[in-house]
Design a protein around this ligand. Structure first.
Ligand SMILES: *Cc1c(COP(=O)(O)O)cnc(C)c1O
Length: 375
């Protein structure tokens, strides 16, 4: 039986939206998956045991509505109080909550004179920000980064005139994605000091970087950081992210979130993760060594590789357009990410996988470099 359908009950704003486009999650396991920045190493055995031990008749019960035990463990980890932590269904949910808590939707689609409806971010950065802005009916202000993706100074932002110091909410991805560059805390501090609205520092990749900006949360009452267990802690499947910040901002997130927004097994997994951090730190060292090796090898093969403080490399391939390279790699069972946005369409984003995976990636890449040089 066909189900009849019509758009007429859907809000006009929602009719115009385009959903976020996630990287492909291929159904077959026979691929080398370097497209969504997952950690190539599994969660620690202790974490897997904790999850398995939590799977019994208690699944019928609701989990802690405010992820209490996990927030206590996170507060200890960050040296703050539980009132300074909110947990989300991935840090994506934290970003969505911040949008709803701190930004006025445009009334009848018209921009206000001040920045109360403005959501601001550098471009290129995380492509979820424009999607969240559109969903909320807010005004987006994507400000171009320089070609090397470094952070502009306050003076440059003033000269360039597009930056809004009065924006209600500014997202800064640090280290940045898909560029990969980490931003010095001193530069971020200058930017935070100059902003009137909330600044959310999205530190999804911070465990692979040399610096983190946690101290800014203590220095400024309008600054939040978001973190995730997805990338560095091998828990993408469990969807756990969180936010650290001043109590009044954190309370605002608590007031608008769903009552049971974080699933119970995810809470168990994240708590167990915090008890076994040395296991993960060994993994980070592996990934950083592999990152260096792959960057060096790609440079030797004629690729132009951006500096990275993350678990991925952005690199411009030689000989053929990046989109063609992506297809050629895919035929060899290697999946990498290509973005059509003009600022980055010359490059591929390559997740740093395990050592054997990257050996294979380099073998195939070197073969394709020769083939493309001949034809
Ligand atoms: C992956 C990612 C996130 C979201 O991660 P979750 O899985 O939702 O915790 C947030 N910001 C950036 C920049 C990311 O790359």
């Amino acid at each position: 039986m066909a189900i009849r359908s019509s758009n007429k009950w859907v809000r006009p704003l929602v009719q115009t939206l385009h959903a976020y486009v996630p990287g492909e999650q291929p159904a077959t396991r026979r691929l080398i998956k370097l497209n969504t920045n997952e950690n190539p190493y599994p969660p620690s055995p202790k974490v897997l045991r904790a999850i398995k031990q939590a799977v019994d008749g208690r699944l019928r019960l609701y989990p802690s509505p405010d992820a209490r035990a996990l927030r206590e463990a996170l507060a200890e980890y960050h040296g703050c109080g539980v009132e300074n932590i909110a947990v989300g269904n991935g840090s994506d949910e934290i970003l969505a909550l911040a949008t709803r808590a701190f930004v006025e939707p445009l009334s009848s689609g018209r921009p206000a004179d001040d920045g109360r409806s403005v959501i601001q971010y550098f471009w290129p950065s995380y492509s979820l920000y424009p999607v969240l802005t559109a969903i909320h009916g807010a005004q987006s202000n994507p400000v171009p980064l320089p070609p090397d993706f470094s952070l502009p100074t306050i003076a440059q932002l003033r000269r360039q005139k597009q930056w809004r110091f009065d924006a209600a909410l500014t997202y800064i991805t640090t280290p940045n994605a898909p560029g990969g560059r980490g931003y010095p805390t001193s530069e971020l501090a200058a930017l935070c000091r100059a902003q009137k609205g909330v600044v959310l520092l999205d530190e999804a990749y911070v465990d692979f970087a040399r610096e983190n900006a946690e101290s800014l949360v203590r220095r400024f009452p309008h600054v939040l950081i978001s973190r995730t267990f997805s990338k560095a802690y091998s828990l993408c499947f469990q969807r756990i992210g969180y936010c650290v910040g001043p109590e009044s901002l954190i309370n605002a997130l608590h007031r608008i979130r769903d009552s049971y927004n974080v699933n119970g097994l995810g809470q168990v997994a994240a708590e167990a993760t915090l008890k076994d951090l040395p296991y993960y730190r060994r993994g980070f060292e592996h990934i950083l060594r592999t990152r260096q090796r792959v960057a060096d090898s790609l440079s030797e093969l004629g690729w132009s590789v951006y500096p990275s403080d993350t678990n991925f490399l952005l690199a411009v391939p030689p000989g053929r357009p990046a989109s063609e390279w992506q297809e050629a790699l895919r035929k060899e069972r290697i999946v990498v990410r290509w973005f059509s946005a003009p600022e980055i369409s010359r490059a591929l984003r390559i997740t740093v996988g395990s050592e054997p995976e990257m050996e294979e990636f380099l073998r195939v890449t070197s073969k394709l470099c020769k083939r493309f040089a001949q034809s």
